[in-house]
Design a protein around this ligand. Structure first.
Ligand code: HEM
Length: 129
């Protein structure tokens, strides 16, 4: 089962503090992703506002928050980026570290891992070789 506002009476997004908490998480997550030399290149040609927007959307998706996103599908948005499984895993690790640092409950983090596994195929389009 996916973790969405439809399947959970109170979404994780609301439980961790809604938009304000997500904003704090985006700041920390953003610092970690862009400080990682393996990942920064993906965002080199993307403007700062769009980078933050990306991370906020990504967090909202994995936390089952309100779906305010009406843009391209995940596969379409990422296909041309040739994201490897290894890089996808690194982004997941930065996200987990961010949530741990912010004191997000372990069960929420466990569900985030499940969602990361579910959408992986739509985002990853390159092998690790
Ligand atoms: C759960 C995983 C992810 C989710 C839910 C997600 C979400 C999104 C969404 C919704 C967009 C479209 C933004 C738009 O068209 O306005 C996007 C674009 C993008 N994503 Fe992701 N993403 C994920 C993982 C990743 C990973 C692992 C990377 C890089 C390692 C990445 C890099 C990018 C880049 C560079 C863009 C283009 C940004 C732009 O042109 O504005 N994403 N992502």
């Amino acid at each position: 089962m996916t973790v969405t506002s439809e399947t959970t009476p109170i979404s994780h997004y609301e439980r961790i503090g809604g938009a304000a908490a997500v904003k704090a998480a985006v700041e920390l997550f953003y610092d970690k992703v862009l400080a990682d030399p393996d990942l920064a290149g993906y965002f080199a040609d993307v403007d700062m506002v769009e980078q933050r927007r990306h991370l906020a959307l990504m967090l909202a998706v994995v936390l089952g928050g309100p779906n305010e996103y009406a843009g391209r599908g995940l596969a379409e948005a990422h296909q041309s980026l040739s994201i490897t499984g290894g890089h996808y895993a690194k982004v997941g690790e930065h996200l987990t570290a961010t949530l741990v640092e912010l004191g997000v409950p372990a069960d929420v983090i466990a569900d985030v891992q499940v969602v990361l596994g579910q959408v992986r195929e739509q985002v990853v389009s390159a092998g690790d070789a």
